[in-house]
Write a protein that binds this ligand. Sequence first.
Ligand code: NAI
Length: 238
Amino acid sequence: MLKNKVALVTGASSGIGRAIALVWAREGAKVVVSDVNVQAGEETAALVRAAGGDAIFVAADVGKPEDCDALVQRTVAHYGRLDVACNNAGIGGPQAPTADYPLDGWAQVININLSGVFYGMKYQIAAMLQGGGGSVVNIASILGAVAFPTAPAYTAAKHGVLGLTKAAALEYSAHGVRINAVGPAFIHTPMIAALEQDAGVNAMLVGAHPIGRLGQPGEVAELVAWLGSDRASFVTGA
Ligand code: NAI
């Protein structure tokens, strides 16, 4: 499904990003694994290679435009092109109601979860246009569609990711670059481990999912892999 495509994923040292790297490799992609966490990122790349895939790790902080630029340059220098990119890196940030929300926490969540997606797309799309087209998948959240009390910055950033995705899709769909977002509900990863450990909160979260459980990272990765592939050739701005 992704045979010989070059695919880049941010935040791939853990959780959903790691699962995306592994599913992409299974589908035949050459994978660029990126994260700020170098040791765990190298581990993800090693897991891909152990499964018979081809991967390199490149350290990058998505909150820094120069890192996002260098990541794409390194991808093209190593594999010759960029076909698929997933802007997945993200943080939960502080939990507090809006009037008590810390200013530095707001700036950090918006920088990583929203500006980071813009910085990523800015350089990824340019490289894809040079290569004749591609596919971008941005990881938003169910909190891109509804709100969660005590997470104003996260909720605002994820709503913003949907707007960015739609704007860019309108701009580049006619030029062969499809751009979509995925909005997972709650997924069993280290990001929500603290919530899951509280029995009451965990029961509330499970109760909010009609399917009766939280999701697994691999279940998100399957959709990301499909959106990145040519099988989703008429899907953009979704
Ligand atoms: P995670 O905490 O397991 O993994 C996030 C990864 O992003 C980590 O490896 C971390 O080092 C990396 N990261 C953090 N800041 C970074 C930065 N500035 N630059 C580069 N990498 C950075 O979290 P998870 O759950 O796998 O989250 C992945 C994405 O999925 C995030 O965008 C998150 O908001 C989103 N999401 C998660 C949900 C969940 O319930 N776990 C639900 C909906 C969306």
